[in-house]
Design a protein around this ligand. Structure first.
Ligand SMILES: Cc1ncc(COP(=O)(O)O)c(C=O)c1O
Length: 399
């Protein structure tokens, strides 16, 4: 019954882990989840008030497909203020979250058979979205030894006549890498030389703890002309449920993406758009406050993880994830429900922690590395401490 393209579609493993943890909790089992892909803070009050005002003022109807002019102007002002990038409102599109922005890009830019270079480990949706439109995702490994920085030489070696797009994500989900200025410059050079288009997913920009966030589009007018900058209100303003993401790039591409969106969802929620005008344009103090809190938790969780036997961990420079290497646990056995089981993969380690420690983590396999698991530290100090203690106790029981 279903279309062929569904044969390869993998459902989101992050959401699957959360569902499994929720199910255990419903059965009365106390599970600590490190699966969340969203801030645990509430949306700031000034932003909620802007939404209430918008409803009262009657902003409850369809809007321009690509976002109300006030929001596109606020996006331009944000990109100027934070990234030194100059765009006009006609070069901006607002969508129902950055995930939707990226899918509009895939539909507007990729033909069947086009290759998309995806530095690996990667956020799970890049390859899935490429495959949904018949394009071919090509994972290009980064190395743990460089803190998962981009590897321009490997990217260069992966380019073929079918390569059309490189997707960059810094700060990175799942590794927490913040790509170095030198590697970004080398990738910009490669894109110009080989006529490639760059998609720069900067959704975790405000959560850059070590180093400074830099957009590849800011490296010069030539690379800006072939880059789509993608960002969202979800992470910086704790607005995951409001579904407002945005993109800025060449006018022709933005127009095409807007046409795609016009046939699929029309505008994002009018009320959420007005909340986003306030988020982007209002006082930014709470962004730094939330980032400082994440930074503190980052230190706490890295310290705890590195103390676990058989686990090693690169200190992430940004976002709210850690991506510890668990491959030294492979070969160890534990008394699983169905009989003794040997740890052989990130899925096994995930099952082990869930059953033996009542701790939910996400397998690295879906992010392109079976040697790792991903933990989100968008949760309280108390739960981080308790979760790590449970993991340590479970590891003690490994044979
Ligand atoms: C790397 C990355 N890009 C984009 C998104 C999408 O965010 P949203 O659709 O909420 O704007 C996420 C969310 O987890 C992400 O991790």
């Amino acid at each position: 019954m279903l279309a062929d393209r569904l044969k390869t579609l993998a459902p989101s493993s992050t959401l699957a882990v959360q569902a499994k943890a929720r199910e255990l909790r419903r059965r009365g089992i106390d599970v600590i989840s490190f699966g969340a892909g969203e801030p645990d803070f509430d949306t700031p009050e000034r932003i909620k008030n802007a939404a209430i005002q918008a409803m009262r003022r009657g902003h409850t109807k369809y809007t321009e497909v690509g976002g109300v002019p006030e929001l596109r102007a606020a996006v331009c002002a944000k990109l100027k203020r934070d990234n030194g990038l100059t765009y006009e409102p006609a070069e901006v599109l607002v969508s129902c979250g950055a995930k939707h922005t990226l899918f509009n890009m895939a539909v507007a830019l990729l033909d069947p058979g086009d290759e998309v270079l995806v530095p690996s480990p990667y956020w799970v949706s890049y390859p899935e979205q490429a495959r949904l439109v018949g394009a071919v995702p090509v994972p290009v490994p980064t190395s743990e030894a460089t803190g998962f920085d981009l590897d321009p030489a490997r990217l260069r070696a992966a380019v073929t006549p079918r390569t059309k797009v490189i997707i960059l994500n810094s700060p990175n989900n799942p590794t927490g890498a913040v790509f170095s200025p030198a590697s970004l410059a080398a990738v910009a050079e490669l894109a110009l030389e080989r006529d490639l288009f760059v998609v720069s997913d900067e959704c975790y920009e405000s959560l850059t703890f070590d180093g400074r966030h830099a957009s590849i589009a800011a490296l010069g007018p030539e690379i800006k002309a072939r880059t789509l900058v993608v960002n969202t209100c979800s992470k910086s303003y704790a607005m995951t449920g409001w579904r407002i993401g945005f993109a800025a790039g060449p006018r022709e591409l933005i127009a095409a993406m807007t046409d795609v969106q016009s046939q699929v969802t029309s505008n994002p929620s009018s009320v959420a758009q007005w909340a986003a005008v306030e988020a982007l344009g209002g006082p930014q103090d709470e962004v730094a406050r939330m980032a400082a809190e994440f930074d503190r938790r980052r230190r706490l969780i890295v310290q705890g993880l590195t103390a676990l036997p058989g686990v090693s961990c690169v200190t992430p420079k940004g976002a709210f994830y850690v991506f510890p290497n668990v491959s030294r646990l492979f070969g160890r056995t534990w008394p699983a429900a169905g009989g003794p089981a040997t740890l052989k993969s990130s899925l096994d380690v995930t099952a082990f922690f869930l059953e033996e420690a009542r701790v939910a983590v996400v397998p690295g396999l879906d992010f392109g590395s079976d040697d790792h698991v991903r933990l989100s530290y968008a949760t309280s100090d108390a739960l981080i401490t308790e979760g790590l203690a449970r993991m340590a106790a479970a590891l003690e029981r490994l044979a």
